[in-house]
Ligand binder design. Structure first.
Ligand SMILES: [Zn+2]
Length: 71
């Protein structure tokens, strides 16, 4: 789950941009999402790379628990 670090909630987060990268036409290899908090105006990005099985977040968002691989 993605939360706003300023508001400490996901309630006001909106995905403003979402990209999924495919490999060999079927496998989701990398996910990139841009979030915006409508309450405080904070923005952040979430990326997940299948190849290294690792999530990365930048900006005003944080991952609070395990996120499903194929959300
Ligand atoms: Zn916020």
């Amino acid at each position: 789950m993605i939360e706003c670090t300023n508001c400490e909630t996901a309630q006001f987060l909106q995905i403003t941009q979402s990209r999924v990268y495919f490999e060999d036409g079927e496998m989701i290899n990398e996910i990139s999402e841009t979030y915006e908090c409508t309450l405080c105006g904070g923005t952040g990005t979430y990326t997940y790379a299948e190849s290294c099985d690792r999530a990365n977040v930048t900006g005003d968002v944080e991952v609070t628990e395990e996120r499903p691989r194929f959300a």
